[in-house]
Design a protein around this ligand. Structure first.
Ligand code: SF4
Length: 410
């Protein structure tokens, strides 16, 4: 059986990732947990519209951090408290912002399944299946008519959710499943809601000739992805494509195809490092692994760096120069050289506002100094060098921050 989530994984990574998903290979789920919590809170609120949302949210958090959730019958471990409370805040934040609120006719977490012929069927016989965050009735109204349709909405916890999410495979699968289960619907209202910003992106797909052809095309596209998910080699495994697709793959640290793609047996043969396609593949895999390792190590070294032979991995204090609060005015004074500074300030508030909003960094301030007082190296006029230094002193200050990385021992 295919699920919208696993097909999405295939499209983001490669078919071999599904082998690992099916084998329940563990991976770091921390990054997804707040989204899981936000969905659980929204589910409770949609299912019980007469209850106080804040109270419902707290009871969901308590359940998640003590018992964990159950996903398709698999019990998951209790959730990190921060992730659960972050998810709660995201969900309640949306509710406080949304003017339309929750329609009591909505249904939460509807499980929809179809067989290979796109006929609705029971979950155990399903060829394709998805859980839809919200389904329910909706109305199209204009001056001439009012028509009832079917809504499906997807909650998204990501900041970057936009109208583009209406065109993802995941949403197309949901629409096809909703259409199969509502064959008489006049239209399907497709929505994604960005819980962070409160925006809902919406599009009505009318079940006229054009809409039906759109659905038919989506079904053909989905069938191709399902076929790729079903294709296995003589060894019974799905094909692996180690390379750029490993970036963001949750299995990159446990995937033997990715590690076998690495230059472990590097022979220093000139062909190896002049084959730029192979080199690019190595680079992509190593980059993906490095990113995944950094997630764990950032967490593990919050208190102190880890000492390894000849150096450390973790956070180090780094002093950088940043603009002072007075920098916009000091730069304007040096650049415009007004005769009457007080009067200039009064008449040019917008220019000062623009400079402050630009949040100039040390690089830009130094570049401005080079334009005002040009000259490098020995040829620079000593007076100009001094004036540049004075400008930097007036506009930059030192700030200590923490930078994660590798430090070599001395
Ligand atoms: S790590 Fe790379 S090769 Fe392995 S499953 Fe993920 S995308 Fe495929």
């Amino acid at each position: 059986m295919h699920r919208s989530t696993t097909l999405n994984l295939l499209l983001r990574t490669c078919p071999a990732a599904l082998d690992m998903y099916d084998a329940h290979v563990p991976y770091d789920r921390e990054v997804y947990q707040y989204g899981v919590a936000a969905h659980a809170v929204m589910e409770a609120i949609v299912k019980q519209p007469d209850h106080d949302p804040a109270e419902l949210a707290e009871s969901v958090v308590r359940e998640l951090v003590t018992n964990g959730r159950s996903f398709y019958g698999h019990a998951e471990p209790p959730m990190d408290v921060h992730a659960a409370t972050d998810g709660r805040d995201v969900a309640l934040g949306w509710l406080a912002r949304d003017f339309d609120g929750i329609d009591p006719r909505w249904q939460a977490e509807t499980m929809l399944s179809v067989d290979r012929n796109w006929n609705p069927c029971e979950h155990r016989n399903a060829w394709l299946h998805a859980i839809i965050d919200v389904t329910g009735p909706c109305t199209y109204e204009d001056e001439e008519m009012a028509v009832e349709g079917v809504l499906h909405r997807d909650w998204k916890g990501s900041w970057v959710t936009s109208a583009d999410d209406l065109h993802t495979l995941q949403l197309k699968i949901q629409t096809c499943l909703v259409a199969a289960n509502n064959p008489d619907a006049a239209f399907i209202r497709r929505q994604v809601t960005n819980l962070r910003t409160g925006q809902t992106f919406s599009e009505d797909l009318w079940m006229d000739d054009e809409g039906r052809e759109t659905l038919a095309q989506w079904r053909r596209d989905i069938a191709h992805v399902c076929a790729q998910a079903e294709a296995v080699g003589p060894d019974g495994r799905r094909v692996a494509r180690p390379g750029p697709r490993c970036g963001g793959c949750p299995y990159v640290l446990t995937c033997s195809d990715a590690t076998q793609g690495l230059p472990m047996g590097w022979t220093c043969d000139r062909d190896e490092y002049t084959d730029i396609v192979q080199l690019a593949r190595y680079y992509a895999i190593i980059d993906a692994m490095r990113t995944e390792m950094a997630k764990t190590l950032r967490h593990a070294t919050k208190e102190a760096p880890i000492i390894v032979d000849g150096g450390e991995v973790g956070y180090q204090a780094r002093v950088t120069r940043v603009a002072t609060d007075d920098a916009p005015e000091a730069l304007a004074l040096a650049w415009f050289k007004p005769d009457n500074w007080s009067q200039w300030q009064r008449e040019n508030e917008e220019t000062l506002g623009l400079l402050a909003a630009a949040k100039l960094g040390a690089g830009q301030i130094k570049a401005i100094g080079m334009v005002l007082f040009p000259g490098r190296g020995d040829s620079a006029i000593a007076e100009f060098k001094e004036m540049r230094a004075d400008l930097e002193d007036a506009t930059l200050t030192e700030k200590t921050g923490a930078v994660f990385g590798v430090t070599k021992g001395k």
